[in-house]
Design a protein around this ligand. Structure first.
Ligand code: ZN
Ligand code: ZN
Ligand code: ZN
Ligand code: ZN
Length: 427
């Protein structure tokens, strides 16, 4: 039922492998290394509760302590206990105004819902989930009240995958946590259902999915949290803040990016900079021919096979059967191999990791090719004259880490390949 996307780089269509649902496939002409395959604004984003006071409540930009433009939500209640969420702040009047008119942001409705949520002594993760739910419920209420934009976004949210619910809920700890979230969010649900009654929502009965769930209850909370678990992207704190305030500043959901399936040897990597923009870019790691499926890795590339399999199963509800996992499982089961094809793949994986893993082993980022055109554009922007060729030569084969920004030239990569020892397998 989902309409085909008009993205110039790829087309979304059902996967031949039914288990994978939909997939995104390169259009005629293919995709070039370094090409931006997708740049997409979020469907919804929300802050990480424990550090929410350090970042804008609307765009998640870092708030400098001395920033003269930052301002606070006039309706947020001051916390009575140290562990309660602090007053929401914004990077400026523009974001405060945008949040007030955006039902999926820190709107007056989302703010009001957080004031009745049972946040006392809840963990960071649980309060963050309630920040998510309060924004989603405010979006739902706006959709029901006839806001066409809110309706489109809410329907896009509903179209996101639920993963494999039965498998995910086998995790007792997660299932128990979901029950806790339902309990703590119950006062908000009561509030929402009361508003629903007052609004007499039946004027928009052409929307089946919304009508079916007229009463917003625990099922809604579980559905929403599962979609968030399976589809969301964690937004890191700026590298400069380091471990001082944890890893994440918030979480964001993207509609089109959610169509990129997982592989442990992905061909695109996400790139974002939330201090500049909430849009997320996906950049091709290498050339992709027409029809090739676009894939991303849902976790760092250097994880071992058992960690990868566990994550795929418990968080996303599937068993990864990508070539790298098949290869790694074989290596684990039988270290003596005389299958030439598998040995070639082994060499390919070694070179792949050498090429795309951040040079800083602790970083976990992915080295993304810088596109010659991007830099030559930058050069000609700056100087105006004949910098174009210099830029191209300087940057060809150069990669930059999508997490820490570290840059590595082609020459440095080749030197690493030589000293890496096992790097002669590629042909
Ligand atoms: Zn902002
Ligand atoms: Zn507020
Ligand atoms: Zn895999
Ligand atoms: Zn890095």
């Amino acid at each position: 039922m989902m309409a085909e996307k008009e993205n110039p780089s790829f087309v979304v269509r059902p996967h031949e492998d039914v288990v994978r649902g939909h997939g995104a496939f390169a259009r005629p002409g293919g995709i070039k290394a370094g090409q931006v395959v997708l740049s997409e604004p979020p469907l919804l984003l929300y802050p990480q509760a424990s550090v929410a006071h350090l970042f804008c409540g609307h765009c998640l930009r870092y708030l400098e302590q001395s920033s003269p433009t930052s301002c606070a939500c006039p309706s947020c209640r001051q916390p009575r206990q140290p562990r309660q969420p602090r007053q929401t702040r914004f990077c400026g009047e523009a974001c405060r105004a945008a949040a007030a008119s955006d039902p999926a942001s820190h709107s007056p409705m989302a703010c009001a819902l957080m004031q009745v949520a049972r946040v006392e002594d809840a963990t960071d993760e649980t309060v963050s989930a309630m920040l998510f739910l309060s924004r989603l419920c405010a979006l739902l209420l706006s959709a029901r009240a006839g806001d066409a934009g809110a309706l489109r976004r809410y329907e896009a949210f509903l179209s996101l995958s639920d993963g494999n619910r039965d498998i995910i809920l086998e995790d007792r700890e997660y299932a128990g946590w979901l029950e806790e979230v339902c309990h703590r969010f119950a006062p908000c649900l009561a509030e929402i259902n009361q508003i629903n009654q007052i609004n007499q929502i039946d004027e928009i009965d052409e929307i089946d999915e919304i009508d079916e769930n007229e009463h917003v209850g625990e099922e809604f909370v579980k559905m929403a949290c599962l979609k968030d678990l399976v589809n969301s992207y964690g937004i890191r704190v700026p590298a400069a803040l380091g471990a001082d305030c944890g890893v994440l500043r918030g979480t964001a959901l993207y509609e089109e990016a959610s169509r990129f399936n997982h592989e442990c040897l992905p061909n695109v990597a996400r790139c974002d900079d939330f201090d500049q923009s909430t849009s997320m870019k996906f950049i091709a790691l290498h050339d992709l021919p027409e029809g090739e499926e676009i894939t991303q890795s849902y976790f760092p590339l250097d994880w071992g096979v058992s960690d990868r399999q566990t994550r795929c199963r418990t968080v996303y509800g599937f068993t990864c059967t990508c070539p790298r996992c098949v290869m790694d499982e074989r290596t684990v089961m039988d270290s003596v191999m005389d299958d030439d094809g598998m040995m070639d793949l082994d060499g390919y994986i070694a070179v792949f990791l050498l090429k795309y893993l951040c040079v800083d082993a602790a970083c976990e980022g992915t080295m993304v090719p810088l596109r010659p055109l991007m830099v030559s554009d930058m050069v000609s922007d700056g100087d105006g004259d004949d910098g174009r060729n210099d830029g191209r030569n300087l940057i060809d084969g150069t990669h930059a880490c999508n997490v820490c920004g570290r840059v590595r030239t082609e020459a440095e990569f080749l030197r690493g390949l030589e000293s890496g020892g096992d790097g002669d397998g590629g042909d």
